[in-house]
Design a protein around this ligand. Structure first.
Ligand code: GLP
Length: 240
Protein backbone atom coordinates (compact mmCIF):
# COMPACT_ATOMS: atom_id res chain seq x y z
CA UNK A 1 0.00 0.00 0.00
CA UNK A 2 1.12 3.52 -0.73
CA UNK A 3 0.67 5.99 2.08
CA UNK A 4 1.05 9.66 1.23
CA UNK A 5 0.94 12.10 4.15
CA UNK A 6 0.44 15.70 3.03
CA UNK A 7 0.21 19.02 4.85
CA UNK A 8 -3.46 19.81 4.61
CA UNK A 9 -6.88 19.29 3.01
CA UNK A 10 -5.96 21.15 -0.19
CA UNK A 11 -2.86 19.06 -0.78
CA UNK A 12 -4.84 15.88 -0.09
CA UNK A 13 -7.43 16.99 -2.64
CA UNK A 14 -4.73 17.79 -5.23
CA UNK A 15 -3.04 14.41 -4.86
CA UNK A 16 -6.30 12.50 -5.23
CA UNK A 17 -7.53 14.64 -8.14
CA UNK A 18 -4.21 14.08 -9.93
CA UNK A 19 -4.57 10.31 -9.60
CA UNK A 20 -8.10 10.47 -10.96
CA UNK A 21 -7.13 12.66 -13.89
CA UNK A 22 -4.20 10.36 -14.70
CA UNK A 23 -6.70 7.50 -14.77
CA UNK A 24 -9.02 9.35 -17.17
CA UNK A 25 -6.13 10.41 -19.41
CA UNK A 26 -4.76 6.87 -19.66
CA UNK A 27 -8.24 5.42 -20.31
CA UNK A 28 -10.83 7.96 -21.49
CA UNK A 29 -13.69 5.49 -20.91
CA UNK A 30 -12.65 4.85 -17.31
CA UNK A 31 -15.13 3.61 -14.76
CA UNK A 32 -14.75 5.67 -11.60
CA UNK A 33 -16.09 4.71 -8.19
CA UNK A 34 -17.11 7.84 -6.28
CA UNK A 35 -17.65 8.74 -2.65
CA UNK A 36 -19.59 11.42 -0.81
CA UNK A 37 -19.13 13.24 2.50
CA UNK A 38 -17.09 16.36 3.22
CA UNK A 39 -13.75 14.76 2.39
CA UNK A 40 -14.05 14.52 -1.44
CA UNK A 41 -15.43 18.06 -1.89
CA UNK A 42 -12.01 19.52 -2.73
CA UNK A 43 -11.30 16.67 -5.14
CA UNK A 44 -14.54 17.35 -7.02
CA UNK A 45 -13.83 21.09 -7.13
CA UNK A 46 -10.44 20.33 -8.70
CA UNK A 47 -11.91 17.84 -11.18
CA UNK A 48 -14.27 20.61 -12.32
CA UNK A 49 -11.23 22.87 -12.81
CA UNK A 50 -9.37 20.16 -14.74
CA UNK A 51 -12.45 19.85 -16.95
CA UNK A 52 -12.32 23.61 -17.64
CA UNK A 53 -8.75 23.05 -18.78
CA UNK A 54 -9.75 20.26 -21.17
CA UNK A 55 -10.06 16.98 -19.27
CA UNK A 56 -12.88 15.14 -21.00
CA UNK A 57 -15.46 13.17 -19.01
CA UNK A 58 -17.70 12.37 -22.00
CA UNK A 59 -16.73 8.68 -22.05
CA UNK A 60 -16.38 8.28 -18.28
CA UNK A 61 -18.81 6.12 -16.30
CA UNK A 62 -19.30 6.59 -12.57
CA UNK A 63 -20.69 4.47 -9.75
CA UNK A 64 -21.29 5.91 -6.32
CA UNK A 65 -20.75 3.86 -3.22
CA UNK A 66 -24.03 4.42 -1.51
CA UNK A 67 -27.34 6.18 -1.01
CA UNK A 68 -29.62 6.73 1.98
CA UNK A 69 -32.74 4.57 2.06
CA UNK A 70 -35.84 6.73 1.73
CA UNK A 71 -34.24 9.82 0.21
CA UNK A 72 -35.38 10.60 -3.33
CA UNK A 73 -32.78 11.89 -5.82
CA UNK A 74 -34.06 15.46 -5.44
CA UNK A 75 -33.76 15.45 -1.62
CA UNK A 76 -31.06 17.98 -0.70
CA UNK A 77 -29.25 15.45 1.51
CA UNK A 78 -29.42 12.56 -0.95
CA UNK A 79 -26.10 11.46 -2.35
CA UNK A 80 -27.49 11.75 -5.91
CA UNK A 81 -28.18 15.40 -5.18
CA UNK A 82 -24.71 15.86 -3.67
CA UNK A 83 -23.10 14.39 -6.79
CA UNK A 84 -25.15 16.54 -9.16
CA UNK A 85 -24.28 19.67 -7.18
CA UNK A 86 -20.60 19.00 -6.63
CA UNK A 87 -19.46 17.15 -9.73
CA UNK A 88 -21.87 15.94 -12.38
CA UNK A 89 -23.21 19.41 -13.25
CA UNK A 90 -19.64 20.76 -13.46
CA UNK A 91 -18.11 18.29 -15.93
CA UNK A 92 -19.26 16.79 -19.21
CA UNK A 93 -20.08 13.32 -17.87
CA UNK A 94 -23.23 11.94 -19.50
CA UNK A 95 -26.11 11.70 -17.06
CA UNK A 96 -26.92 8.16 -18.23
CA UNK A 97 -23.35 7.12 -17.36
CA UNK A 98 -23.66 8.25 -13.74
CA UNK A 99 -24.91 5.66 -11.30
CA UNK A 100 -26.01 6.11 -7.71
CA UNK A 101 -27.97 3.33 -6.04
CA UNK A 102 -31.64 4.17 -5.57
CA UNK A 103 -32.73 4.56 -1.96
CA UNK A 104 -36.38 4.67 -2.96
CA UNK A 105 -36.68 1.64 -5.26
CA UNK A 106 -39.83 -0.35 -4.37
CA UNK A 107 -37.74 -3.54 -4.19
CA UNK A 108 -34.42 -2.61 -2.60
CA UNK A 109 -33.07 -6.15 -2.83
CA UNK A 110 -33.61 -6.13 -6.60
CA UNK A 111 -31.99 -2.69 -6.73
CA UNK A 112 -28.86 -4.08 -5.03
CA UNK A 113 -28.62 -6.90 -7.56
CA UNK A 114 -29.22 -4.51 -10.46
CA UNK A 115 -26.42 -2.27 -9.20
CA UNK A 116 -23.89 -5.10 -8.96
CA UNK A 117 -24.90 -6.25 -12.41
CA UNK A 118 -24.49 -2.74 -13.85
CA UNK A 119 -20.93 -2.54 -12.47
CA UNK A 120 -20.11 -5.95 -13.93
CA UNK A 121 -21.58 -5.00 -17.30
CA UNK A 122 -19.10 -2.18 -17.82
CA UNK A 123 -16.16 -4.36 -16.83
CA UNK A 124 -15.76 -3.26 -13.21
CA UNK A 125 -14.40 -0.13 -11.54
CA UNK A 126 -10.98 1.13 -12.64
CA UNK A 127 -10.43 3.55 -9.80
CA UNK A 128 -12.45 3.74 -6.60
CA UNK A 129 -12.29 6.88 -4.49
CA UNK A 130 -13.04 6.26 -0.81
CA UNK A 131 -13.50 8.34 2.30
CA UNK A 132 -13.49 6.71 5.71
CA UNK A 133 -15.88 6.95 8.65
CA UNK A 134 -14.53 7.75 12.11
CA UNK A 135 -15.34 4.10 12.93
CA UNK A 136 -13.34 3.04 9.82
CA UNK A 137 -16.40 2.30 7.69
CA UNK A 138 -15.98 2.46 3.92
CA UNK A 139 -19.03 3.20 1.81
CA UNK A 140 -21.63 2.53 4.49
CA UNK A 141 -20.08 -0.80 5.47
CA UNK A 142 -20.13 -0.51 9.22
CA UNK A 143 -17.90 -2.52 11.60
CA UNK A 144 -18.84 -6.20 11.45
CA UNK A 145 -19.82 -6.21 7.76
CA UNK A 146 -18.57 -9.48 6.23
CA UNK A 147 -15.72 -9.09 3.75
CA UNK A 148 -17.74 -11.16 1.26
CA UNK A 149 -20.59 -8.64 1.11
CA UNK A 150 -21.81 -7.12 -2.14
CA UNK A 151 -24.29 -4.25 -2.63
CA UNK A 152 -26.86 -4.51 0.15
CA UNK A 153 -29.19 -2.64 2.45
CA UNK A 154 -27.33 -1.78 5.64
CA UNK A 155 -28.25 -0.39 9.05
CA UNK A 156 -26.28 2.67 10.07
CA UNK A 157 -24.64 2.67 13.49
CA UNK A 158 -25.45 5.27 16.13
CA UNK A 159 -22.00 6.81 15.68
CA UNK A 160 -22.48 7.23 11.91
CA UNK A 161 -25.95 8.72 12.40
CA UNK A 162 -24.40 11.14 14.89
CA UNK A 163 -21.48 11.99 12.54
CA UNK A 164 -23.83 12.65 9.63
CA UNK A 165 -26.44 14.56 11.67
CA UNK A 166 -24.56 17.79 10.93
CA UNK A 167 -25.99 17.73 7.41
CA UNK A 168 -29.59 17.40 8.59
CA UNK A 169 -31.85 19.72 10.60
CA UNK A 170 -31.91 17.20 13.47
CA UNK A 171 -30.51 13.70 14.20
CA UNK A 172 -34.08 12.32 13.89
CA UNK A 173 -34.03 13.19 10.20
CA UNK A 174 -30.91 11.12 9.42
CA UNK A 175 -32.00 7.94 7.64
CA UNK A 176 -31.17 4.80 9.60
CA UNK A 177 -30.46 2.64 6.56
CA UNK A 178 -28.58 2.91 3.30
CA UNK A 179 -27.96 0.96 0.13
CA UNK A 180 -24.22 0.45 -0.01
CA UNK A 181 -21.76 -1.31 -2.24
CA UNK A 182 -20.31 -4.15 -0.15
CA UNK A 183 -16.75 -4.79 0.91
CA UNK A 184 -16.32 -7.30 -1.89
CA UNK A 185 -17.72 -4.85 -4.47
CA UNK A 186 -15.14 -2.27 -3.32
CA UNK A 187 -12.29 -4.78 -3.29
CA UNK A 188 -13.01 -5.73 -6.92
CA UNK A 189 -11.97 -2.22 -8.05
CA UNK A 190 -8.65 -2.33 -9.91
CA UNK A 191 -7.23 0.66 -8.02
CA UNK A 192 -8.34 2.36 -4.82
CA UNK A 193 -7.56 5.83 -3.44
CA UNK A 194 -8.64 6.50 0.15
CA UNK A 195 -8.59 10.08 1.37
CA UNK A 196 -8.90 11.38 4.93
CA UNK A 197 -8.26 14.61 6.78
CA UNK A 198 -8.53 15.80 10.35
CA UNK A 199 -7.80 14.37 13.78
CA UNK A 200 -11.22 12.68 14.04
CA UNK A 201 -9.98 10.18 11.43
CA UNK A 202 -6.56 9.49 13.00
CA UNK A 203 -7.65 6.42 14.96
CA UNK A 204 -9.46 4.93 11.95
CA UNK A 205 -6.46 5.52 9.67
CA UNK A 206 -4.10 3.95 12.17
CA UNK A 207 -6.36 0.90 12.65
CA UNK A 208 -6.88 0.52 8.88
CA UNK A 209 -3.17 0.63 8.03
CA UNK A 210 -1.40 -0.78 11.06
CA UNK A 211 -3.98 -2.90 12.87
CA UNK A 212 -5.07 -6.46 12.17
CA UNK A 213 -7.21 -7.14 9.11
CA UNK A 214 -10.63 -7.65 10.65
CA UNK A 215 -14.29 -6.94 9.81
CA UNK A 216 -14.33 -4.91 13.05
CA UNK A 217 -12.28 -2.35 11.11
CA UNK A 218 -13.84 -2.37 7.62
CA UNK A 219 -11.06 -0.30 6.01
CA UNK A 220 -8.41 -2.77 7.23
CA UNK A 221 -9.49 -5.07 4.37
CA UNK A 222 -7.64 -2.69 2.04
CA UNK A 223 -4.37 -4.20 3.32
CA UNK A 224 -5.31 -7.19 1.15
CA UNK A 225 -5.78 -5.15 -2.05
CA UNK A 226 -2.92 -5.02 -4.60
CA UNK A 227 -3.27 -1.34 -5.56
CA UNK A 228 -4.28 1.07 -2.81
CA UNK A 229 -3.09 4.60 -2.08
CA UNK A 230 -3.99 6.36 1.17
CA UNK A 231 -3.72 10.13 0.91
CA UNK A 232 -4.08 11.67 4.38
CA UNK A 233 -3.29 15.02 5.91
CA UNK A 234 -0.96 15.31 8.88
CA UNK A 235 -3.77 15.27 11.42
CA UNK A 236 -5.36 12.11 10.02
CA UNK A 237 -1.90 10.53 9.78
CA UNK A 238 -0.80 11.65 13.25
CA UNK A 239 -0.98 8.18 14.83
CA UNK A 240 0.98 6.39 12.09
C1 GLP B 1 -20.47 8.76 4.92
C2 GLP B 1 -20.23 8.06 3.58
C3 GLP B 1 -18.81 7.55 3.46
C4 GLP B 1 -17.83 8.64 3.87
C5 GLP B 1 -18.08 9.02 5.31
C6 GLP B 1 -17.13 10.07 5.83
O1 GLP B 1 -20.78 7.89 5.94
N1 GLP B 1 -21.14 6.99 3.35
O2 GLP B 1 -18.59 7.11 2.13
O3 GLP B 1 -16.52 8.19 3.69
O4 GLP B 1 -19.40 9.54 5.38
O5 GLP B 1 -17.65 11.36 5.63
P1 GLP B 1 -16.81 12.68 5.75
O6 GLP B 1 -15.96 12.73 4.55
O7 GLP B 1 -17.84 13.77 5.77
O8 GLP B 1 -16.04 12.59 7.01
Amino acid sequence: MNVVVVNNFDRMSEEAAKLMVAQIRSKPNSVLGLATGSTPLGVYRLLAEYHQRGVDFSSVTTFNLDEYVGLAPAHPQSYRHYMEENLFSKVNVRKENTHVPSGTAPDLQAECERYEQAIRQVGGIDLQLLGIGSNAHIGFNEPGTPFGSTTQVVDLTESTIKDNARFFASPDEVPTQAVSMGIKSIMRAKNIVLIAYGGSKAEAIYAALRGPVTPKVPASVLQLHPSVTFVVDQAAGSKL
